[in-house]
Design a binder for this molecule. Structure first.
Ligand SMILES: [Zn+2]
Length: 200
């Protein structure tokens, strides 16, 4: 099961959804047998590429219950698209035939919170950390602190903006999407429930 490619883009999404359900229901599939590891040593064709947050509570393969070889993962605090991450995504699509690109945010993201704090106080973060706050600031500014849960709204908006940015900034991704070879999706992970919700 883990090493067959999904037959369609819909089937690829379903594989992630079903894997997350196994994780939530606490019956993940068995560990990888050695012959699969040896098989993988000769090459990879991960069906999905995930741009996720570095947060230690959001381990990508674990929450989707996927074995080695299935996911190509880019992680950076705040799951933002930067040039290096975009190059990695383009590599996954062009060389590894990855079918999905999922920008995955999560509840209570510290990087998003830092951007909200920056918008409120204008206090700069030390070192390189301000770069992350700057990248997330558009999502913080386009959501309202008066709507009840600014933090959560900004998490979702940050996912939407970065999912859009993947195709806006990469003609490789845009062409693949137009040709029906690739789908770009946004999703959020709930730290409490363990559930991944794909955005419309
Ligand atoms: Zn985070």
């Amino acid at each position: 099961m883990p090493f067959t490619r999904p037959a369609s883009l819909d089937a690829a999404v379903t594989r992630l959804v079903e894997g997350n359900r196994r994780f939530v229901e606490e019956h993940p599939v068995a560990p990888v047998p050695s012959f699969h590891r040896i098989e993988l040593a000769s090459g990879q064709s991960p069906f999905a590429t995930i741009l996720g947050c570095s947060d230690s509570r959001v381990p990508i393969e674990t929450i989707f219950d996927q074995q080695p070889g299935n996911l190509f993962v880019v992680r950076v605090a705040g799951n933002i698209v930067n040039d290096d991450g975009l190059a990695s995504i383009e590599y996954a699509i062009t060389v590894l035939d990855s079918m999905l690109v999922v920008v995955l945010g999560h509840t209570q993201c510290g990087a998003v919170k830092a951007a909200l704090d920056f918008v409120e106080t204008n206090a700069l973060l030390p070192g390189h950390m301000q770069l992350l706050a700057d990248a997330i600031t558009p999502a913080a500014r386009s959501t309202s602190r008066d709507n009840g849960d600014w933090w959560h709204d900004a998490v979702i908006e940050n996912v939407r903006m970065n999912a859009a940015a993947v195709t806006q900034r990469s003609t490789i991704v845009a062409d693949a999407v137009r040709e029906g070879r690739v789908r770009v999706a946004g999703a959020t992970y709930d730290l409490h429930s363990g559930v991944v919700s794909f955005l419309d």
